[in-house]
Ligand binder design. Sequence first.
Ligand code: BTN
Length: 317
Amino acid sequence: MGLKQEILKLLEENREQYLSGQEIANRLSFSRTAVWKSIKALKEDGYEIDAISNKGYRLDTTCDLLSAEGIRCYLSSDYHNVPIEVHQQIDSTNTEAKKQAMNGAPHGTVILAEEQTAGRGRLGRTFYSPKGTGIYMSMILRPNLHLSQSIHVTTSVAVAICQVIERLTNQKPQIKWVNDIYLNQQKICGILTEAVTDFESGNVEYLILGIGLNVHTKHFPVELQAIAGSLNPEVVTRNQICAHLLNEIFPLCEDFSHPFLLDEYKSRSNVLGKWITFMQNQQRYEALAEDIDAQGGLKVRLKSGEQMTLNSGEISI
Ligand code: BTN
């Protein structure tokens, strides 16, 4: 880790207090001049660092840049050494993660971007990913899992994301089947899971788990304005949210074979008990969403009384 990164780590760890140049220099065994130069470089990178004479340096409370060091500060010790990459701009973190997974990147690798120019959503859609306002994160996972169990990944992760948001912001998001996260009737987060499996056995070789969370996103394109929203937390930073998400998701990945958190998932569903519409074989259906089964399938009852289970796709409420 270079001096710049080490200083950033110190400042992140001490967000509440000022550290004098001398103290930073002593702690990192560098000269004050070297510290001063690195602080200047961090400022040029966009870090807002308050400097007060006789007190020292502190990351400004409004400073909300993503960084591997900033995330690591809040990671639980079990995951402290996972590889974390933060890109300023990328086409899609999922696409990058796929490339790296194909080249053997280890389980647990995390790829983030401040901005995605071609963020991808489910069903071939795009994911709006403007600069500096969201969390666009992909994890490379190599779980011991059969493809048939992979629905558990997304559903469990949806529950984990809700739990983290609830804990950090006191707001209670809901899950729109299958895995969109809603807050105040607006979608704030989507999950795109892409799996590569062994053709013969159906075992998952690797999974790319992509999470797109609108944190401070304000100006959505017209076509999204009616549905999309943002978390808008008051005090927590994106680094903190990322770390909390990783702290929840990594343990899940150690054993996705468990029945997913069905009761938790159901209690957060914003579709159960509601009339929904969906398309199947080019036909539009209207049905009552009655239940979610242990595989994550949505059990619906058509007007005719016939029951159906939906296993994937998109519904409208
Ligand atoms: C959806 O809502 O349909 C899923 C959206 C998933 C978006 C995330 S952002 C990080 C990762 N990279 C991508 O290109 N997509 C996912």
